[in-house]
Design a protein around this ligand. Structure first.
Ligand code: COS
Length: 384
């Protein structure tokens, strides 16, 4: 749903100029330094990128899912590292509070998230619990008016920058599955929290992940999202459902960028006395990429509109994440192929994007997890 087409077009133009004038020119430096320069972060705040999904009453832009998807497609024509910095605050780090938090919890945190003053992180994954999210072992034991939290969270995006964590921990040790898990809002300054070293990753240099270690960390009971124990897994799943459409849009944006780069290169580059863009085997790679990006974009926008209409989009979101991330991997591979030897060289930039996008098929639920979600939902619906 697009609430005001004129405003949306103006906002997309702003993002597009930011991408062209600030982000793309600084991509390589960001990768080299493994950090996004402060002036760019400030501009992200000024444009309102941290507050895209926070409702207007809390100081954000309150974008619908369709609007958010269009912004992500535009933003991700620059290195996905920039999106990563806002991604957890716009998405998985804040949405639990927004979806299931009490009015007080929302009023407490959302205004600060909207301005980018505070960055939110989503702490679900653990050393022993990745795809099997219901098996987490981080414990939260009630003690008076507090819970005492112990455990380690792994690969937590933006943890080094986070002011707040949406943390999933087991409040009921008797229940080893989903029902024993609660979601907490944890101020990152709480004593008992420490961070591991920044992870060395295949790509996405400039985006940071690390372990978050909780040792006898006391969190007030009033910080349980929605003030109800045992609902954390469902909160996490709802958050991930939305996040999977968001990531689908991210994949479309980066794929469009890579295809643009490959097309421009194919037009410039001459071999056998002619532009390689005129060779049919190169054209096949361009055409397949174009069609697949178009398909993914249609899927993402359709799922987004359905979510905006209040439909249950668990299946569609998983389809988007699966198809768009796999599509993005194929487009990256073809783009490197079109660049040929230059595609393997760091100075052309396409090899960096090739490494960056490999993550899309893994995080926020692997392709195999999306297949499980889709097929299970199909079987459930057919046998209901
Ligand atoms: N929305 C709301 N509730 C949901 C839900 C959703 N999308 N998906 C599951 N639930 C509920 C179920 O209805 C069930 O509730 P009841 O016990 O009341 O029936 C409960 O949650 C447990 O669901 P289920 O039995 O399906 O859980 P499983 O342990 O089988 O796990 C998968 C389900 C595999 C889908 C889940 O663990 C998953 O998504 N894993 C990937 C995690 C991930 O994406 N990690 C990335 C890192 S975080 S960025």
């Amino acid at each position: 749903m697009i609430r005001d087409q004129e405003m949306m077009t103006a906002f997309l133009d702003t993002v597009s100029s930011f991408v062209r004038e600030d982000l793309i020119p600084s991509e390589e430096a960001v990768s080299e330094a493994d950090a996004i320069p402060e002036p760019i972060v400030k501009k992200m705040r000024d444009i309102g990128l941290f507050g895209l999904t926070v409702p207007e009453e809390f100081g954000g832009l309150g974008l619908t899912m369709e609007e958010e998807s269009l912004v992500m497609i535009e933003l991700c024509k620059a290195s996905p590292v920039f999106r990563s910095l806002i991604g957890t605050t716009v998405g998985i780090g804040s949405q639990g509070i927004l979806m299931d938090g009490t009015d007080e919890q929302k009023a407490d945190w959302l205004p600060r998230l909207a301005t980018g003053e505070v960055i939110a992180s989503f702490a679900l994954t653990e050393p022993g619990s990745g795809s099997d999210a219901a098996s987490i072992r981080t414990s939260a034991v009630r003690d008076g008016d507090d819970y005492v939290i112990n455990g380690t969270k792994r690969f937590i995006t933006n943890a080094p920058h986070a002011g707040v964590f949406t943390l999933m921990a087991r409040t009921n040790p008797e229940d080893k599955g989903a029902g024993g898990i609660s979601a907490f809002i944890v101020d990152a300054k709480t004593p008992g929290i420490s961070l591991g070293k920044n992870d060395k990753k295949m790509g996405q240099r400039g985006a940071h992940t690390c372990d978050v270690i909780f040792e006898d960390c006391r969190v007030p009971a009033s910080n349980i999202i929605g003030l109800k124990e045992g609902r954390g897994f469902k909160t996490a799943m709802k958050v991930l459902d939305k996040g999977r459409i968001h990531i689908g849009a991210v994949c479309v944006g980066v794929a469009e960028r890579m295809l643009d780069d490959a097309l421009n290169y194919a037009i410039e580059r001459k071999q056998f006395g002619q532009r390689i863009a005129d060779f049919q085997l190169v054209q096949a790679m361009l055409a397949d990429s174009k069609a697949e990006i178009y398909a993914a974009k249609c899927m993402v926008l359709d799922a987004a509109r359905r979510r905006d209409n209040g439909e249950d989009i668990s299946t569609e979101a998983a389809c988007c994440k699966m198809y768009a991330s796999e599509m993005c991997g194929r487009v990256a591979d073809r783009a490197v192929q079109i660049f040929g030897g230059a595609g393997y060289m760091a100075e052309y930039g396409i090899e960096r994007l090739y490494r960056d996008v490999r993550l899309f098929r893994i995080y926020e639920g692997t392709t195999q997890i999306q297949q499980i979600v889709i097929a299970r939902n199909m079987v459930r619906a057919a046998t209901a």
